[in-house]
Ligand binder design. Structure first.
Ligand SMILES: Nc1ncnc2c1ncn2[C@@H]1O[C@H](COP(=O)(O)OP(=O)(O)O)[C@@H](O)[C@H]1O
Ligand SMILES: [Mg+2]
Length: 377
């Protein structure tokens, strides 16, 4: 019952998901509604995804025997976590269709490859330099000026593995903290807003996008998303077009998010690609007929894609750590708010425990002052 190139998976087929976090959990829940079973593979037992799935494998991402058993137990493989080793996805892809495939994964795992790829796909990026030695850091600072952002090229998330350099005095400490890993120095982007655009690409290349989302971070972790982004129609359309173009250039099957900076004059600069459902798309299941998790399951299973039209305005708030959970009792009882928790036992600081979506009539968000929004979410 394996997925042929363009034949949809029949109901009751099994989707294998590498990674057991909340993105896998919500994908598994959406896939179940479509009649599929999910088999979650993660090194940690009782992960959020496993709690809602038909089957689980608890094993390391480099355990070849476990990967082979997993490949034989599922009909198609996807991932919800982009730091799965590419070699493991290559191994799986010789045994079972992997959507997205190893190439898309490898581009998104490395900030240098990602920056080159975005530029080739026609998405401008901030000036950057690769940094592999202390001397190269000095050269890069001369070339790009300060402030600038020094990042590890791999394995960064939620602002981990990066340092903002504001003056020459910051260089030594940042270098000490982040080296000897390969690094990238990026010019600091004086953005007016951060937005993201989510594209979904099916097995036949059909691509749909959601309305661009406006994102605000707190302590480098996504705090709030506003849909639609409060930008001009031209900027919103350009963000969606960029995401669709990048998904096609990656030959991606599934959901993909493109994070972008909006400059004060409306210019868009690409920041990161996530080849999977994204935190900034958490408003889509409640505001659209087909949310990002259902779309991911549809694309991976080879089904026709669903409708992305936004039927409500929405504000999504992440519930992070103990402070986030302190909001939960009020939010779970609010009429226009939909809350999800991820099943994580311990609310450690900085840990994403759940999220809440405030739903508003279409067209009303842009005119609402912050104080009125935050009185509700
Ligand atoms: N070059 C930059 N200029 C200004 N702000 C940046 C820059 N790079 C990152 N940031 C800020 O840090 C956040 C996290 O950086 P990002 O590259 O998206 O890494 P990750 O999301 O993997 O932690 C961004 O959303 C943005 O707010
Ligand atoms: Mg990011």
């Amino acid at each position: 019952m394996s997925a042929g190139r363009n034949t949809p998976l029949p109901p009751n087929a099994t989707i294998g998901i590498l990674g057991g976090g909340q993105l896998g959990r919500m994908t598994a829940m959406a896939a179940a509604r479509l009649g599929y079973r999910c088999h979650v593979y993660d090194p940690a037992d009782d992960s959020p995804g496993m709690q809602v799935s038909a089957a689980r494998t608890v094993a390391g991402f480099e355990d070849r025997a476990a990967l082979e058993r997993f490949a034989h137990a599922v009909d198609v493989v996807t991932f919800e976590f982009e730091n799965v080793p590419v070699a493991s996805v290559e191994l799986l892809s010789r045994l079972v269709p992997c959507r997205p495939g190893p190439h898309a994964l490898s581009v998104c795992q490395d900030r240098l490859q990602e920056k080159r790829f975005l530029a080739e796909a026609g998405v401008s990026v901030a000036p950057w330099r690769a940094v592999t030695s202390r001397a190269e850091l000095d050269e890069a600072v001369v070339a790009l000026g300060l402030p600038a952002v020094l990042k590890t090229t791999r394995l960064g998330y939620d602002g981990r593995g990066q340092a903002v350099l504001r003056s020459a005095a910051d260089l030594d400490a940042a270098w000490e903290r982040l080296s000897p890993r390969p690094l990238i120095l990026e010019a600091f982007v004086p953005f007016a807003m951060e937005v993201s655009a989510i594209a979904v690409r099916g097995v036949d290349g059909t691509t749909v996008t959601y309305d661009a989302t406006e994102n605000r971070h707190a302590h480098h972790i996504l705090d709030l998303s506003f849909a639609p982004a409060r930008v001009s129609e031209a900027v919103a359309a350009a963000a969606r077009e960029h995401a669709a173009r990048v998904a096609a250039a990656l030959d991606l099957v599934g959901v993909m998010a493109l994070e972008l900076f909006v400059l004060p004059d409306g210019t868009l600069l690409g920041n990161e690609i996530a080849p999977r459902p994204h935190n900034s798309g958490h408003w889509t299941p409640e505001a659209c007929r087909a949310g990002q998790f259902e779309q991911h399951a549809r694309a991976v299973a080879g089904l026709p894609l669903g409708d992305t039209e936004r039927r409500a305005d929405a504000v999504m708030r992440n519930l992070v750590g103990p402070e986030g959970m302190a909001r939960w009792p009020a939010l779970v009882g609010a009429a226009d708010v939909v809350v999800q928790l991820y099943g994580k036992a311990e609310a450690r600081p900085g840990r994403k425990m759940g999220h809440a979506n405030l739903l508003l009539p279409v067209g009303t968000l842009a005119g609402l002052p912050d104080a009125e929004i935050f009185a509700q979410i």
